[in-house]
Design a protein around this ligand. Structure first.
Ligand code: NAI
Ligand code: MG
Length: 358
């Protein structure tokens, strides 16, 4: 298979972990006889330094001409004082908009070897295997108006929660399709006892469910879901929800695994290239020290192979390798619990060795 992958390393540890993920993909290409071309583009703080904007036009063109995008993370102290519309994070929001990435997938799995890194007791988290599907282009974050107003003679504020039926339908379809490949259950999370948007969401979910008879649908209110994620996280298979609820619940769920350094994500595009990136940010506190955990970025590369190229055997190979080195006891500092740890580079090396092993 011949593919072009855009690599946007970004800032801080984004660079370090993305380099590791690219090396892993090169080894996979070798082993399975694929041709992957890696094309590098600027985003975030580095793009601001070199070109004055967080997302240069060349980067947008590069992404649109690629088959998939591997992203690191953006941001850092250095750019915190510049005006908001020019900040590194604007680069991320813009590329998501440009590519119309509407579904954010965040798998949370807690395997035996890592259950002890979780703040929750081992028996609650060992065996957690859920996929959070968050709507990414609508809802409160993009609704207009969003502004200060005056009401009854005092300062007031309005944000708008807006969704089109088609936007709700496509994210729910993604969730049902995901459930078909997993354990056949969708939990649709809303606040239908209060919000009109949630009542439409529920209606559409019921309609979509008719097309997926092998998938079991249930509805859960968002406050109950927040509780259930802590009380019984093993309960969930696919959890699907709108933008704001998904932002909060996916961060909550990410803590089950103990470290941000373990968590990959995918943002699927409606028609063009999809974006794969670790959940974590640029981690300025450990940047440049060869300390960052590269596993989130490497597992993001596995998601890229699986969801954009349909290369399941290759993705399995990477995931198995990660599992194997963790079982052998290799740990970066974030998951070492004060015990002996290895560097970013060493972790990448042992994962590559595990991939190459017969
Ligand atoms: P962060 O995710 O960068 O770091 C939070 C904590 O987790 C830090 O203690 C960090 O050392 C640790 N951590 C993160 N990734 C790690 C890894 N791979 N291995 C080991 N430890 C890791 O979030 P924070 O500190 O809130 O933000 C730092 C910068 O990153 C900010 O400028 C923020 O805007 C940006 N950011 C960017 C994101 C993106 O590009 N998608 C997402 C979140 C934050
Ligand atoms: Mg967030």
């Amino acid at each position: 298979m011949k593919k072009t992958i855009a690599v946007l390393q970004g800032d801080g540890v984004g660079k370090e972990v993305t380099a590791g993920a690219v090396n892993v993909l090169k080894v996979i290409a070798d082993r399975f006889d694929h041709e992957f071309h890696f094309e590098y583009g600027l985003i975030g703080g580095e793009a601001i330094d070199q070109q004055g904007v967080p997302l240069p036009d060349e980067t947008i063109t590069l992404c649109k001409n690629s088959d998939a995008i591997l992203l690191g993370a953006v941001g850092g102290e250095k750019w915190n004082s510049i005006p908001r519309h020019l900040r590194p994070e604007q680069g991320l929001l813009k590329i998501r908009k440009e590519l119309d990435v509407y579904a954010n997938l965040r798998p949370v799995t807690v395997q035996g070897a890592l259950a002890d890194s979780s703040p929750l007791k081992r028996e609650y988290v060992e065996g957690v295997d859920c996929m959070i599907v968050r709507e990414l282009t609508g809802g409160l974050y993009f609704g207009r108006p969003s502004e200060r107003v005056e009401r009854d003679g005092e300062e007031a504020v309005v944000d708008t929660l807006f969704y089109k039926r088609s936007e709700i339908e496509r994210i729910l379809r993604s969730a049902f399709e995901m459930a078909q490949k997993r354990n056949g259950r969708v939990t649709s999370v809303d606040k239908a006892n209060v919000l009109e948007s949630s009542r439409l969401w529920r209606e559409v979910a019921e309609e979509v469910a008719k097309d997926y008879e092998d998938v079991k649908l249930e509805h859960m209110l968002v406050d109950a879901a927040a509780m259930q994620l802590i009380r019984n996280p093993k309960y969930f298979d696919v959890l699907v929800t709108e933008n704001l609820f998904g932002d909060i619940l996916s961060d909550e769920a990410s803590m089950l695994a103990g470290s941000l350094g373990m968590l990959p994500s995918a943002s699927l595009s409606s028609d063009g290239a999809s974006i794969y990136e670790p959940v974590h940010g640029s981690a300025p506190d450990i940047a440049g020290q060869n300390k960052a955990n590269p596993i989130a970025a490497i597992l993001s590369a596995a998601m890229l192979l699986r969801h954009s190229f349909d290369l399941h055997q290759e993705a399995d190979k990477i995931e198995d390798a990660v599992e194997r080195v963790l079982a052998q006891g290799y740990r970066t500092p974030d998951i070492a619990d004060g015990e002996e740890s290895v560097s970013t580079d060493k972790m990448v090396d042992v994962i590559i060795e595990a991939i190459q092993a017969p």
